[in-house]
Write a protein that binds this ligand. Structure first.
Ligand code: G3H
Length: 531
């Protein structure tokens, strides 16, 4: 079937009632915006005969100006007060108490947030709920890990003539910018650990996936002291650029594109002051060896390349297949892709419309470039279904003259390369600008042993006979080269948003140190064990 005919099969559902959201949170106050608003449309809606979509209206959110952004920064600075504010000096149990309060309110918003998540960014229904639940679990696990961190910090050591206590302390004001593909989970994986460690935050959602955060603003307002979490809506260029130029941001926490992070970092006048916690592009390769279980490799590669239409930083974005099995692999892979269900996210279909404007044109441009340079479109349903929907396109044989060989497509185009010499594959992986993860497909012990040893210093996670993925969240999530700065996980994120700090004295101060601790007057110099 041609892609255009698939349009008729996409079901329609009634969108939630539009939300006109005019608020933003600064210094504990819910402000009302009377200026320009951004209209929010779903990528879903009835498709006209000419392929345009009657995108359903979901509501509107403020397009705040520079002054509002700088006001949020001032509030975060005031709350941090150079590390002397209430929040950075609060005890672990005070911070945990606030976070638990937030979590309690957040849990009541599951339905609203998940529904908006589905309608705004076309994430299928079960994945939308999963994103919410995974985020709740992440917060609960982070609280437990934070307790553990504090327990370790409650120890006073004595070595030689030195008495010391080591704890992790906050870094300062965090500018937090999340991505559109995991607007809740990935944003909160930055925001929650930074707040728990005693930092104060200015947070702005990505371009898409904005309204889904609005049900949570009151929870932030109620749970945290004024200025600890400040939430803005609007454009990055208007808000984030001027905030960075002040030089008052201590941490840039961003999941997204290196172009945006590089531009923001370049605007900061004091680069040594600025820490970066970044999750950026990736071009995760899959290697299907001649001794692979082809059916298993096909299944994992289809899922790895195309779940949520390939809009995952961990998606498989380039697949290398050994020449001796490429015929069978391509036949099975193309058939499996054509068999995928494309529909409204409400139906829980794996393939759904694409939220980014012009995404269909971008995907078509990758296909046109590759075809002009010798690749073929291998599956029947491939291509544009409407102006917001693109059925996955399998390209073969792809080579390094094509744009899609090097660039992150972040969408439903699957480039497949045929190889004979593994050295060529290894070379192209080591020359890539990215180094997040890879997947190896083989049933042979010697092949896997050799490939693992050759890949572990190219990427940060090697998956054996499985697609790439971030989870489970206790595992370190990071990347080499242009793919990431710092490491995220329940354990690591608390460390990425803090710094080790020592209080030390000579042995001769034993009595004084002991009395400070036993007086209970210092929140920092305490050996209280957090239960
Ligand atoms: O977009 C990148 C995400 O971190 C991917 O997470 O592997 O759980 O889909 P995931």
């Amino acid at each position: 079937m041609s892609a255009k005919n698939l349009a008729k099969q996409i079901q329609q559902f009634e969108a939630p009632a539009p939300i006109s959201w005019k608020h933003y949170l600064i210094d504990g106050q819910m402000h009302t915006w009377n200026g320009d608003m951004e209209q929010v449309y779903s990528p879903m809606g009835p498709i006209n005969d000419d392929g345009t979509t009657q995108k359903q209206y979901l509501g509107e959110a403020p397009t705040l100006d520079e002054a509002a952004g700088l006001k949020a920064l001032d509030a975060a600075k005031k709350a941090y007060n150079n590390g002397r504010g209430y929040w950075p000096t609060a005890s672990a149990s005070e911070r945990i108490g606030a976070m638990e309060k937030f979590l309690e309110i957040m849990k009541t918003k599951r339905e609203e947030v998940s529904t908006l998540l589905m309608w705004e960014i076309a994430k299928n229904k079960s994945s939308a709920y999963k994103e919410f639940d995974r985020t709740v679990d992440y917060i609960e696990d982070t609280i437990e890990e934070f307790k553990e961190l504090n327990r370790r910090g409650s120890k006073v050591a004595r070595k030689g003539a030195i008495i010391s206590q080591v704890r992790r302390g906050p870094l300062g004001v965090v500018l937090c910018l999340g991505p559109y593909n995991y607007p809740l989970n990935e944003t909160f994986c930055l925001l929650i650990p930074s707040v728990l460690m005693g930092n104060t935050v200015v947070f702005k959602p990505a371009k898409y996936g904005v309204l889904l955060l609005t049900p949570l603003l009151e929870a932030f307002q109620e749970a945290f002291p004024p200025g600890v979490v400040n939430i803005l809506f609007g454009r990055g260029r208007t808000l984030a650029g001027p905030i960075m130029k002040t030089g008052d941001v201590d941490v840039l926490a961003l999941i997204g594109n290196s172009k945006s992070s590089n531009a923001l970092v370049a605007q900061h006048p004091k680069p040594n002051r600025l820490r970066q916690v970044l999750g950026l592009e990736a071009k995760n390769p899959g290697i299907v060896f001649d001794d692979a279980n082809i059916d298993l490799a096909v299944k994992q590669c289809v899922n790895g390349a195309l779940s949520y239409n390939g809009q995952r930083c961990t998606a498989l974005k380039l697949i290398f297949v050994h020449k001796s099995i490429s015929g069978e692999f391509m036949k099975k892979f193309s058939k499996a892709v054509d068999g995928l269900k494309l529909d409204h996210p409400e139906t829980d279909a794996m393939l759904t419309p694409l939220p980014e404007r012009n995404k269909v044109e971008q995907m078509q441009a990758y296909v046109d470039d590759a075809v002009a340079k010798g690749a073929k479109v291998m599956n029947t349903n491939a291509g544009a279904v409407s102006d917001t929907t693109f059925f996955p396109t399998v390209l073969f044989p792809v080579n390094n003259s094509m744009d899609i060989f090097h660039e992150e497509q972040f969408g439903p185009v699957v480039p497949i390369v045929e190889y004979e010499d593994l050295e060529e594959v290894m070379d192209s992986i080591s020359q890539s600008d990215y180094g997040q993860q890879c997947s190896l497909f083989s049933e042979n012990q010697a092949t896997i042993a050799y490939a693992v040893d050759n890949m572990v210093n190219q990427v940060c996670r090697v998956n054996i006979n499985a697609a790439c993925q971030r989870g489970p969240d206790y595992l370190p999530f990071t990347g080499r080269k242009d793919s990431a700065v710092a490491t995220l996980s329940v354990h690591d994120a608390l460390r990425s948003f803090s710094i080790r700090t020592v209080v030390a004295s000579g042995d001769d101060q034993k009595k004084l140190v002991g009395s400070v601790i036993s007086s209970g007057e210092s929140k920092w110099m305490t050996t209280d064990y957090l239960l």
